[in-house]
Design a binder for this molecule. Structure first.
Ligand SMILES: [Zn+2]
Length: 239
């Protein structure tokens, strides 16, 4: 029996000599990992399935552990994201974060909406996406996964945050008087929390007060159990 889905390609992994596992995020079926047989052969219709595309896919369901991809029709190629290295890295980052925070075959309509909006803005927004865009995206994605970073009250004393602050790994910001950690400012914390609560399109290009660029990325990496590949882009693109 076969089923059709629409999804965004958020991950690719080689399998054996010629096959590839493609990971899609779909609105209703969550993350879907399918085997694209022969996808590493240049003549395969699946060879050009690039990260970030939205495609209509036909999947063959069977007794196999992983479902098999039968057909793929690209709905949105996002060519504008592939012409600019910064945007390409941004797209890789967004796809990797979503792959890390989604669950196999658990519906993720809000995460799917966030993914589509982030890719749309990255492709068509004017100028650089900027640090508030990436921190707001990461904080929203963490929140949808039930891992909302604490950016309003101190996790130790439960009082409202006030400078001086430190970062508590995997949790959020805390008073320096309450615990130890990397120093950060209330201005940064407030700006990230405001971005988390606002529509993503409103924070595109918005500057961010100085602060740590990868504390939210580390929270996502903790879910994945390894560093994100997009980390290589560094703070000049994602910071
Ligand atoms: Zn405190």
């Amino acid at each position: 029996m076969s089923r059709e889905y629409v999804g965004v390609l958020i991950g690719r992994q080689d399998l054996g000599e010629t096959d590839r596992v493609l990971r899609f995020l779909t609105p209703d079926a969550g993350r879907l990992s399918v085997v694209a047989r022969g996808a590493r052969r240049s003549r395969s219709p699946f060879a050009s399935a690039d990260l970030g595309i939205r495609a209509r896919i036909t999947v063959e369901e069977g007794p196999w552990e992983l479902q098999r991809l039968q057909g793929l029709e690209v709905e949105e190629a996002r060519v504008g994201l592939r012409a600019d290295l910064d945007r390409l890295y941004g797209m890789l980052h967004i796809c990797e974060c979503v792959a890390a925070l989604s669950r196999e075959q658990v519906a993720e309509p809000r995460l799917y909406g966030l993914l589509e909006m982030a890719l749309l803005l990255l492709e068509h927004g004017e100028g650089d996406a900027g640090p508030t865009f990436y921190r707001a995206f990461e904080a929203k994605a963490l929140s949808f996964a039930g891992l909302t970073p604490m950016l309003v009250t101190c996790p130790i004393c439960r009082q409202i945050l006030q400078d001086p602050l430190v970062w508590v790994e995997g949790t959020g910001a805390a008073h320096r008087a309450c615990t130890e950690g990397e120093t950060l400012s209330l201005a940064w914390v407030d700006a990230v929390e405001a971005g988390r609560r606002q529509p993503l399109k409103e924070v595109f290009g918005r500057p961010l007060p100085p602060g740590p660029w990868d504390v939210l990325i580390r929270m996502i990496e903790a879910q994945l159990g390894r560093p994100l590949g997009s980390r290589l882009a560094g703070p000049s693109v994602l910071g």
